[in-house]
Design a binder for this molecule. Sequence first.
Ligand SMILES: Nc1ncnc2c1ncn2[C@@H]1O[C@H](COP(=O)(O)OP(=O)(O)OP(=O)(O)O)[C@@H](O)[C@H]1O
Ligand SMILES: [Mg+2]
Length: 417
Amino acid sequence: MVPHTLLIVAPALQLPIDLEKEVTVLDLPLPGRREIESVLDGIINANRNQIVVDLSKEDRERLLQAAQGLTLGEAENAFARAIASDGRLDARDIALVLDEKRQAIKKSGLLEFIDSSGSIDDIGGLENLKTWLHKRNGSWLPSAQEWSIPAPKGILITGVPGCGKSLTAKCMASLWGLPLVRMDVGRVFSGVVGSSEQNMRASLRLAEAVAPSILWIDEIEKGFGSGSGGDSGTSQRVFGTFLTWLQEKSEPVFVIATANKIDGLPPELLRKGRFDEIFFVDLPTVSELKVIWKIQLRQRLTASSKASGELTVDDRLLSKLAEHSNGFSGAEVAEAVVSACFEAYSERRPLTEEDLTRTINNTVPLSTTQSEQIKLIRDWASQRAVASTSTEDQDGLTTAGSEGDVASWRGGRRIDF
Ligand SMILES: Nc1ncnc2c1ncn2[C@@H]1O[C@H](COP(=O)(O)OP(=O)(O)OP(=O)(O)O)[C@@H](O)[C@H]1O
Ligand SMILES: [Mg+2]
């Protein structure tokens, strides 16, 4: 018998069980830069007489990069739309194509482009984590290869709720100047959009297509932790796909995963060599609280000149607020500032120091209501994770409900980067 090769082409992978062992699956990547360039040239040539093309070499490069991550059909539509709007193709169309890409990615339902307008200076404290990120800025550039530096794989940030895990993910994208895409693990597994394995592969492929990029997996335990629901065989396989990719990926996609409940996470994920580092974000120390108050007040007060009035945000005020709110999370500080602003607004007068101290007194922080749980996460972290707070900011002051020695009480190993 003459041997035959059968090729099955399909947009979605759904193999009958009988065939699973017989076939080799080839995942076609999204079009690369050169393919997108030929679509662009095609469309320019076809409309040469009707349109004006005003693109510098650099604009052209940025336009191509903006379309990276789209299929050929989508790229063609995006370019056509850009041209049709005003009969021109110029630097202003880059935003339009990017917007088209955002929509296309959103439609997939698995990933979402996040606008990272925040700056790393919007994060108070966590100096150790920030230094680590600073040092790895630019590690995906060709120049890093001359130093034989391996591209960083990613980090896992875990810790007390409301202390800046998600905020860090958002701000690091602007620090590194890379696109940030968030994976919705719940949806990958939900089966609403497609099969879980296919969803995972599609998401990773998309993240690679926009590389260099940052893939943010928020609340990773919801997908990969024990008790995350779903069929355990499937979740094992999807998890396997992710781990293999994490270990072997060749595109510069940096993963930033955040988790609240770490005890449910599979040990394979935490093993050395998967993530570059596991960081623990604890309740802010008093020194860190000072900076967080400053940031939160600045954000609120510059947004509204009416609220600012006479309040002088100086060192004395910040020290007082920080001491007073010892045991608060960053989110609780943010919330306290908003409540204080409401107090002032209800009487149509500027914000005062008393408004702030009163809201602090009225807040019962999570560190009081959930001290047991926080202790558990800290115990876990002191063995396995690195403290995000720098040694310098460990100010030796205990937080509410503490028991003696801060160094042993606070979670995370002390390594300064
Ligand atoms: N270190 C910080 N510096 C400045 N603001 C902070 C800090 N930590 C928290 N905040 C404020 O609290 C808000 C919530 O923080 P974030 O979403 O990062 O918490 P999280 O650690 O991801 O919490 P969760 O575990 O509940 O997801 C932020 O948007 C910010 O306003
Ligand atoms: Mg979060």
